[in-house]
Write a protein that binds this ligand. Structure first.
Ligand code: NAD
Length: 313
């Protein structure tokens, strides 16, 4: 009997793929090349992707043997999970793989903002030595509002507690005692907005969270507020954020994610109170390795007919 085909549609290290074992046939294609993907998926029992391959109704219809789609990463924006469920295809991701990387980037962005590190670097590179132009603020004693107290929110809390920050959080699905165990006080969104010097966002993007930090919320903020979004573009309303920054109602923002990526028309990237990175949250060697290994494990389990811990449907 022929071995089941695992189609690898986005690049994954050879060493990671070795974890698939000898019982499958590994084939490669470029998932962003639609015709190639549609042809290659015809024989596939499993599809391994990162974020570049769009797995939608059309791909699923072209893949009659498909049993599992494994995403080596967290976000499933590129996979139509509902359509997969209808087609009886398991979808799995690697939700734990990059949480430390995102939490560390968040802390890095907060420090960069408070000490103006990108501008200071640019000025030294330009041959200037402007010591008095860059006067920063300490984090110690200041208040951070953590919006969303899930995996990443909690890791950020632990790290910022070590900087002697006061921790507030708003997450209607996390009991106050759980937040208190991490040293954070659970408060309303209104108090979070009023009292924070740093607001850091760690929510999924859903119909309920889109624009949850908008014009009305930003009007509650202190002028010292910095907004950090390493979660998903659109959770913080970009237009309202740009207005608040332009009018000096808040101090700064650090953004790893945008409503449209790359953010060609975002009103934010040109502002010198904004630090922007190109969706780098998960871009560490460790996170990529872990994500690949988790996805490979999901494929093995699914093809063996076993329960897949990272399954989302
Ligand atoms: P998680 O599911 O563990 O936590 C999310 C938390 O948000 C949950 O505790 C949930 O109760 C809370 N929540 C949901 N709706 C809320 C609301 N209306 N108000 C307040 N809280 C609410 O998720 P996570 O692993 O911590 O990830 C958080 C975000 O980070 C996700 O959006 C994820 O996509 C994003 N992320 C970004 C990158 C990147 O590269 N920048 C990488 C990984 C994850």
């Amino acid at each position: 009997m022929s071995r089941p085909v695992v189609l690898v549609a986005d690049p994954l290290p050879q060493q990671t793929l070795a974890g698939l074992g000898p019982d499958v046939e590994v084939r490669h294609c470029t998932g962003a090349d639609r015709p190639a993907l549609l042809a290659a998926v015809a024989d596939a029992s499993a599809l391994l992707v990162r974020s570049s391959t769009r797995v939608d109704q059309e791909v699923l219809a072209a893949a009659p043997k498909l049993r599992v789609v494994a995403r080596a990463g967290v976000g499933l924006d590129n996979v139509d999970v509902a359509a997969a469920t209808r087609a009886g295809v398991t979808v799995a991701n690697a939700p734990e793989s990059n949480v430390v990387s995102v939490a560390e980037l968040t802390v890095g962005l907060i420090i960069s903002l408070h000490r103006d590190l990108p501008a200071a670097t640019a000025s030294v590179r330009a041959g200037r030595w402007q010591r008095s132009a860059f006067r920063g603020t300490e984090l110690a004693g200041r208040t951070v509002g953590i919006l969303g107290f899930g995996r990443i929110g909690r890791l950020v809390a632990r790290r910022l507690a070590a900087f002697d920050m006061r921790l507030l959080t708003h997450d209607p699905y996390v009991p106050a005692e759980v937040a208190a165990r991490s040293g954070a006080e659970a408060v309303t969104l209104e108090r979070l907005m009023r009292e924070s010097d740093v607001l850091t966002v760690h929510l999924p993007l859903t119909a309920g969270t889109r624009g949850i930090v908008g014009e009305a919320e930003l009007r509650l903020a202190k002028p010292s507020l910095s907004v950090v979004n390493t979660a998903r573009g659109g959770i913080v309303d970009e237009f309202a954020l740009a207005q608040a920054l332009k009018e000096g109602r808040i101090a700064g923002a650090a953004l790893d994610v945008f409503e449209v990526e790359p953010p060609v028309e975002s009103p934010l990237t040109a502002l010198d109170t904004v630090i922007a990175t190109p969706h780098l949250g998960a871009s560490t060697a460790q996170a990529q390795e872990r994500a690949g290994a988790e996805a490979v494990r999901a494929v093995r389990l699914a093809l063996a007919g076993e329960a897949v811990p990272g399954a989302v449907n």
